[in-house]
Design a binder for this molecule. Structure first.
Ligand SMILES: Nc1ncnc2c1ncn2[C@@H]1O[C@H](COP(=O)(O)OP(=O)(O)OP(=O)(O)O)[C@@H](O)[C@H]1O
Ligand SMILES: [Mg+2]
Length: 311
């Protein structure tokens, strides 16, 4: 008998894709009032287990219990209607329709008027939702194709929240968000927790995970390595659990040969109308140069400017 605090239980779950073992005897349970972090290297099985819980695909073996009942969803819509929402790692919106149409995709019948869908009523409901969430960076009647990646992710979050989920799964959303978007997401996590609900949060940002999760479960090669309570968080311990060996400062391959002194591309103080203010860069023969940052930091403009599509 599951106690009332437990929202979801996963028992002995396996998932195979042909010869690939994506999940191997995975068991855990989620209790109300917590933000759970799921962490592990690329390909460790985080998205697979989340997508099974959220009805996107079935498990190969194992069982789940949700709110005390056996749980075997056959679609994301079914999961959504039962209070499980998931923000997927990939783009989860459709560009050529409006924000409102994305939010109510698959639920158009809510606004059915005879043979037609009452678009005005749908837009009003979507706008009310955005207002309630204090989101003013876009409007409900705007086409998603006019929005940047961050705003599209926020549409997905709003869409999940419309159904007031008991369990919200957030799969690697932070990378698409700027500071402002992240702050919104963290407010959502906090509110879910205050309402005695549950979040399953996935991110590659260890600091973010340690800050916002009450517990961290580490997956490696489809196997649960362990779960840590917040008081026991220690970055080196967590990284060691993730990769399965001691990491001692030296992350670089020993066969790394470096690059030559020859400069193949140089930019001197490039500036654009938006985002970029005097950026210098030197790219050498044989060098792989990574440029990273949050959304809106200027990196996309830089790429376009270097390629010549932006002045
Ligand atoms: N649809 C699929 N078909 C075949 N193999 C798959 C499929 N989905 C996932 N896999 C494999 O299952 C394993 C687990 O993948 P999964 O996407 O769950 O990892 P992840 O932890 O979410 O990784 P990432 O951090 O990169 O998002 C990987 O080996 C992956 O290649
Ligand atoms: Mg994933």
């Amino acid at each position: 008998m599951t106690d009332q605090n437990t929202i979801l239980e996963v028992k002995h779950m396996d998932k195979n894709f042909g010869v690939t073992v994506a999940l191997n005897d995975v068991s855990f349970s989620l209790e109300r009032g917590n933000v759970y972090g799921l962490i592990g290297e690329n390909g460790s099985g985080k998205s697979t287990v989340s997508s099974i819980i959220a009805g996107m695909q079935p498990a190969t073996k194992g069982e789940m219990t949700y709110l005390g009942q056996p749980w075997k969803p056959s679609s994301m819509l079914e999961a959504q209607e039962h209070g499980i929402g998931m923000i997927v790692q990939e783009a989860g919106t459709i560009p050529n329709i409006t924000v409102a149409e994305n939010i109510f995709l698959g639920h158009e019948n809510l606004f059915q008027k005879g043979l037609f869908v009452d678009k005005g009523k749908m837009e009003k409901a979507a706008q009310d939702l955005l207002d309630e969430l204090n989101l003013d960076m876009f409007k409900a009647n705007q086409r998603v194709s006019t929005l940047d990646m961050q705003a599209r992710k926020i549409v997905e979050i709003a869409k999940c929240l419309y159904w007031k989920p008991d369990l919200l799964i957030v799969d690697e959303t932070s990378t698409a968000l700027s500071f402002e978007g992240r702050e919104f997401l963290y407010r959502v996590l906090k509110k879910m927790k205050e309402e005695n609900k549950v979040v399953l949060f996935i991110s590659h940002d260890l600091d973010e995970m340690m800050q916002h999760c009450d517990k961290l479960t580490v997956l490696r090669d489809g196997v649960i390595i362990g779960t840590l309570d917040k008081k026991d968080y220690e970055p080196n311990t967590i990284r060691k659990m993730m990769v399965g060996r001691e990491l001692e400062g030296d992350y670089y391959r020993s066969d790394m040969e470096g690059y030559s002194d020859e400069v193949v591309l140089r930019a001197d103080c490039i500036t654009t109308m938006e985002d970029l203010l005097c950026f210098d860069l030197e790219l050498h023969k044989g060098e792989i140069l990574g440029i990273g940052g949050l959304s809106h930091c200027g990196m996309h403009t830089l790429g376009r400017a270097l390629f010549g599509v932006e002045k």
